[in-house]
Each structure stands twice: as structure tokens, then as C-alpha cells.
Design a protein around this ligand. Structure first.
Ligand code: GLU
Length: 477
């Protein structure tokens, strides 16, 4: 690696020495400016703001790349695919990253990075209508695609080649969720979106399902501004993604951002919605009372109780934990809970346990991360959480931030990592899912019940709950 770095440095020097004659070197321009301008889409799979702080898979990658170059990061958010490429063309951004598929058409104009991720384009349909099994089944039916997407290009090729009857409608100025929502509302027969996009959004639109994969895994790349010389920047990006892949960071980030969606299946979301109506009313008062006593958000306490027992005070696991908050016999004794099946007692025990863990975390961890990290500890224990924080710090992340720690929790399941920390193996992925599920349940409950919630400014997108859905699907639960 040092030789490669030296080589890159030499190239850069040579490029500099070559003087003003040739095209400007884009990597050098970024360094001189002290700023990397990254254009991306605002959405749950790419970039969003979470209680004031930026987050998202693409954002996390861009932040790391800027850090490696030793420059600041400016995120330029746009709301359509075309917006990304116009920003590059106009020289307003250095790099575009937004789950973008590598296509020959794009690559002929925009230099691309090496691939850092893969997704399958999938055909989505409404359950209850006839499920198409192939594109042939869709002839004379209408298919929605995002305007300017790789999917539109793919279908156009099939139209020209062998399926002239295919009706494709491009949805302009939209994101994949808008496309899915239009399908949900019955404005077409099918839609094409990428696998991760659908996995993230599907629990909000439980009527929709995958009909079939339109193609195998496709490479996702970052595209660069077409003007200037991108050789050094491309070389640098190749090394960056290679190191992230080899060090396990890329896998950890994928898991952290996209892994938990597997748990929230279509059936799971429907059950949650059914339980908000069916079971919650019986316990709502008890939950609100205990939340008041302990100064907790009632939606948070309700979300923990749902994740633990689906609001069933009679719940019992094979390992003997039981009740609304699934306490072990030992914990219940410590917390002074004589009857674990009594919902009020169980909720009080759980609330006290959670607050105790939150209090015991290091003093310099601030909210909201303090709550997410305490939830992780509730699931996995303080010792293992501490180990994950150590791994986070070792990898250059910030152990005070849930987003960073959650990326490294899964490492506790891998021998190469858990043997290097104090408390050894732990089910780190489950802890990530646990926290992310609770956050999802809490958001849904808040939007469902708190009338005073108004849509936030455009960039305040809750994780997994894009703004467009507020006031619509969620309030109509
Ligand atoms: N990957 C798609 C593209 O590059 C956009 C994302 C989606 O539509 O799911 O066009």
C-alpha cells in the first residue's frame, strides 16, 4: 500500500509540475478548495437528517472519503436523478453518489468509480392483482420507472428489441418512494425499483410485493464531474473502496443501514398496524402512566414493549423471560417486580432498567445517541456494547454516535474481531435490529398519535420514514 500511495503522490506531483497546460486535476482542485462537494438524493437509502444530524449510507461513505483526503464535506441534496447529473455537468459537484447503477450510457459521459455495492432491479406489483412473472406478462399493462433511471433505459431496450407492446411511464422529479406510492394508489400495474430501495420502503406500503427480478445484481458506482482530469481521483477512490471492503467497514455499513430492513417484513408491518388497533388500547393508559412516572417518551416505552412482547403481558420465551417487558426472573427480582405478568409492574421494571443503563453510559454521550446506545445495552448488555464502542474507535469511528457504533456491532459475531475484545462473541446484528425496530415503531407511534406533529422542513427525513409519507399512509393507519 505505501508504494501505491507514493506512486499516487508522484503522479500528483508530476501533474502539478506539468503546469497549467493540461486539464485541471480534479483531486488537486478538491484539496486546494479544502472541500469535497458531494451531490446526492435526499432519502432513506442515501442521505437524510436525523434530529438535526446528517446520516445515510452514501453520506457515511462520502464523509469517510472527505476525511481521508483531509478536506471538509459539503453535501448538495437534490430530489431527482437528473438533478444529480446536471450538478456534475455544471461543475457544481465533484462526485455524485445515490445508489446509482453503472450503465454504459452514463459512463460514456461521466467517469465512474469502482463499484462499492450491488442491487437488483425488481418489478413490484400490488398484491391482489395478477402477479406478473416476466416482462412478457406486462405487455399492454403499464410499468412505472423513475425518469432518467437505469431501469427506464433497460425497459426501452427491451421495447426496441422484442417487446414493442410494453408501456413504460417515467415519473419525473420523483424518488423511488413516489414511484412506489403511485403504484400503491393504483395508477399503474407495476413499477421497477432497486432491491434495497424496495426493502427499505416496503413495510410502509404493505400492499406491494416483488413480482420478479428484472436482472441480476448490478454495480453501484459514484460518478464524477466530466470536466477536468479525473485519473488521480479515480485512482484514489479505487483505493478507498478497496480498503473499506478489505477492512470490513463496507460490509458493516451495509448491514447497519440496510440489514435491519429484513426484519420488518410485510407480515411484520401488517401485524404491527393490526396490534396498534387491537392490543395497544388496552395498555395505552398503563404505558402513559409509567412513562410519566419515569419521564420517558410514551411512544418510546410503547415501542420497547412492542419489540419485547408485542404488547402481550402473558408472553413467555423458551429461556424463561416473560411478561410485557420480557424480564428474566433474576432481573425482575433485582428490580423489585414480584409479578412479571402484571403489565404495570413489568413496564415499571423495564423502564427502571432502561433508565439505569442510560445513566451508566459514559457522561459525554449526548441525546439522542444516549437513548439508542442504552437500548442496544438493554438488548446485548453494557459489556458487549462497550466492546463495540472500542471496535468503533479502533476503526476511526466515533464511539459516541449510534450511527457509527451500529456499523461495528455486527463485528462481535466475527471471530477476527470478537477475539480482540474483552467480552467476546455477542449477537451484534440482533442488537442493531433491536434498536432500529424500536426506533421505527416509536416513529410510527409518534406520527400516528401526536396530532401536533407537522411535516418538518424537506431535509428532516426520519430514518425509514421519508417525509412524503407523513400525513398520508401513516396517519391513515
Ligand atoms: N439505481 C437507479 C439508477 O441508477 C436509481 C435507484 C432506483 O430507482 O431504485 O437509475
Amino acid at each position: 500500500m505505501p508504494t501505491r500511495l507514493a506512486f499516487t503522490a508522484l503522479l500528483t506531483l508530476l501533474a502539478l509540475a506539468a503546469g497549467c497546460g493540461g486539464p485541471a486535476d480534479n483531486l488537486e482542485a478538491i484539496r486546494e478548495r479544502g472541500e469535497l462537494r458531494f451531490v446526492t438524493r435526499n432519502g432513506p437509502t442515501t442521505y437524510y437528517r436525523e434530529r438535526g444530524a446528517p446520516a445515510g449510507f452514501e453520506y457515511d461513505l462520502a464523509r469517510r472519503f472527505a476525511q481521508e483526503l483531509g478536506v471538509g464535506l459539503t453535501v448538495v441534496p437534490v430530489f431527482s436523478l437528473d438533478g444529480l447529473f446536471s450538478a456534475l455537468r455544471r461543475g457544481e459537484a465533484d462526485i455524485a453518489g445515490a445508489g446509482l447503477t453503472l450503465t454504459p450510457e452514463r459512463a460514456s459521459t461521466f467517469p465512474a468509480s469502482t463499484p462499492y455495492h450491488e442491487q437488483r432491479p425488481q418489478v413490484i406489483y400490488r398484491t391482489g392483482t395478477r402477479r406478473p412473472r416476466s416482462l412478457e406478462d406486462l405487455e399492454d399493462r403499464e410499468v412505472l420507472v423513475l425518469a432518467g433511471s437505469s431501469h427506464g433505459a433497460l425497459l426501452a431496450r427491451r421495447q426496441a428489441d422484442d417487446l414493442p407492446g410494453l408501456k413504460v411511464r417515467s415519473v419525473a422529479g420523483a424518488d423511488p418512494l413516489d414511484v412506489l406510492r403511485q403504484l400503491d394508489q393504483g395508477s399503474a400495474d407495476a413499477a421497477v425499483v432497486d432491491s434495497v430501495e424496495f426493502a427499505i420502503q416496503r413495510h410502509l406500503l404493505p400492499q406491494l410485493a416483488v413480482a420478479f427480478d428484472l436482472a441480476t445484481e448490478q454495480d453501484m458506482v459514484w460518478y464524477l464531474a466530466p470536466d477536468g482530469d479525473n485519473g488521480a481521483l479515480q485512482e484514489r477512490l479505487a483505493g478507498f473502496f478497496r480498503r473499506l471492503e478489505q477492512g470490513g467497514t463496507l460490509a458493516a455499513l451495509r448491514e447497519a443501514h440496510f440489514g435491519q430492513v429484513d426484519v420488518l417484513t410485510r407480515a411484520g408491518s401488517q401485524t404491527f398496524i393490526a396490534n396498534i388497533r387491537g392490543r395497544l388500547p388496552a395498555y395505552r393508559e398503563a404505558i402513559e402512566q409509567v412513562a410519566r412516572e419515569h419521564q420517558l417518551d410514551w411512544a418510546l416505552l410503547a415501542a420497547i414493549a412492542y419489540q419485547e412482547s408485542h404488547w402481550d403481558p402473558e408472553a413467555i420465551s423458551p429461556t424463561g423471560v416473560r411478561g410485557m417487558m420480557m424480564l428474566t426472573r433474576a432481573t425482575a427480582r433485582e428490580l423489585g417486580v414480584p409479578d412479571r405478568r402484571d403489565p404495570l409492574q413489568s413496564l415499571r421494571g423495564g423502564a427502571r432498567y432502561f433508565k439505569d443503563l442510560r445513566r451508566r453510559l459514559p457522561g459525554d454521550i449526548t441525546e439522542p445517541d444516549r437513548t439508542w446506545l442504552a437500548l442496544a445495552a438493554y438488548n446485548i448488555g453494557l459489556g458487549h456494547l462497550e466492546d463495540a464502542r472500542v471496535l468503533t474507535e479502533r476503526a476511526g469511528g466515533d464511539p459516541h454516535h449510534w450511527q457509527d457504533v451500529m456499523a461495528h456491532l455486527p463485528k462481535l459475531e466475527q471471530r477476527a474481531w470478537y477475539t480482540t475484545v474483552r467480552h467476546g462473541y455477542a449477537r451484534g446484528r440482533e442488537a442493531v435490529r433491536y434498536v432500529q425496530n424500536i426506533r421505527h415503531y416509536q416513529s410510527v407511534l409518534q406520527w400516528r398519535f401526536i396530532a401536533e406533529n407537522r411535516p418538518a422542513p424537506p431535509l428532516e427525513v426520519e430514518p425509514l420514514l421519508p417525509e412524503q409519507l407523513r400525513g398520508r399512509a401513516l396517519l391513515a393507519l
